[in-house]
Design a protein around this ligand. Structure first.
Ligand code: ZN
Length: 97
């Protein structure tokens, strides 16, 4: 439970990309938790591989002694957030009145 141990496997949010003209898929880490750079991880072949198999703990490209947890980012909820804010204001106002 040491701090060093926790810092050694941070979540890294990924998006799936395929290389144009090929059958190769990559997980793209847009914002590495360690160096902030973009890293690519081979996710397999479009025909044969399930890219989710390569999610999870992987060695960091910038520092092989560290690992990060390749994780799909939470779904964007910008529209819902606005609606929720409005709903929240309304309900708060109702409570006050
Ligand atoms: Zn990095």
């Amino acid at each position: 439970m040491g701090k060093k141990e926790r810092q050694n496997n941070l979540p890294a949010f990924v998006t799936l990309r395929d290389m144009p003209g090929t059958q190769v898929m990559f997980w793209v880490v847009d914002d590495c938790p360690y160096c902030g750079e973009r890293h690519l991880h081979l996710a397999g072949n479009l025909r044969s591989a399930d890219p989710s198999d390569t999610l999870g703990q992987q060695p960091a490209v910038c520092d092989p002694e560290r690992t990060y947890e390749l994780t799909l980012p939470p779904r964007p909820r910008k529209k819902k957030t606005k609606a929720e804010r409005r709903a929240g204001k309304r309900s708060e106002a109702e409570d006050e009145w």
